[in-house]
Design a protein around this ligand. Sequence first.
Ligand code: NCD
Length: 305
Amino acid sequence: MRHLMSPLDFTVKELSDLFDLAEDIEHNPAKYSHACAGKKLATCFYEPSTRTRLSFESAMLNLGGNVIGFSDAGSSSAAKGESVSDTIRVISCFADICAMRHPKEGAPMVAAEKSGIPVINAGDGGHQHPTQTLTDLLTIRALKGRLDNFTIGLCGDLKFGRTVHSLIHALVRYENIKFIFISPEELRIPDYITDMLKQRSVPYEEVIRLEDTMADLDLLYMTRVQKERFFNEEDYVRLKDFYILDKTKMKLAKEDMLVLHPLPRVNEISVEVDDDERAAYFKQVQYGVYVRMALILTLLGIHVD
Ligand code: NCD
């Protein structure tokens, strides 16, 4: 039985096969519409979400399966003090696969150890968000035709943003990737990540002003300041509007640069950018459904001819 805790759980070759499957699903949806008939996905979300949970549910419904679950820890037995290990043992009797989001780093991993069914980490605290990374990679591959030879700017909350942490880990396995980290001093990328980059001799720079680096970028990954992970409101208020990507800044960018964002957006991308052809963040949401369909099929070992 296989779980997904980190994007590194799949080799580069396995990821490539997963993305091929996602693209086949995109082009031949009818072929897959009953592939999960009789199967159930449980979504166990101990932390708020719109996209990820509904994307998983939509993926399972598109495959002809069913969904059960909870979207609020307060309405689950966690409110009575049940551990995730016990909850997953119980869920294993009800469902065939589980997507779990939790505010505590490592909670889905603890669940996976006691689980009788595949567990997918749907975001654990500030740590990892592997299915967002699969979404990001599929989007880049579909729109750019490759996953190597990029200068990628990651901008915003690089300290707490789990999507950023997962994406960096996944991208270092491809050739000739350069990272530009754009953040205020307080929200810099954690040392454990820059240490990993140094160890692997992957080039990176850290800058504060987006304008200074915009022209160098092939991809710009914007992120929200993660309000829920701040210890005090004052710091959040001071930093929340540090970056606002607008038309003026987009004029500095390459004509074929892509703007990505895991969403939800707050103020960091002005709505006037939405009509720019380089804005890919709503397309990303659609790719997220295809890649989750491919992931569910892969973890359940279902092959469609
Ligand atoms: C992200 C998350 O939950 O980490 N959202 C998502 O799943 N698309 C990003 C965020 O909340 O900022």
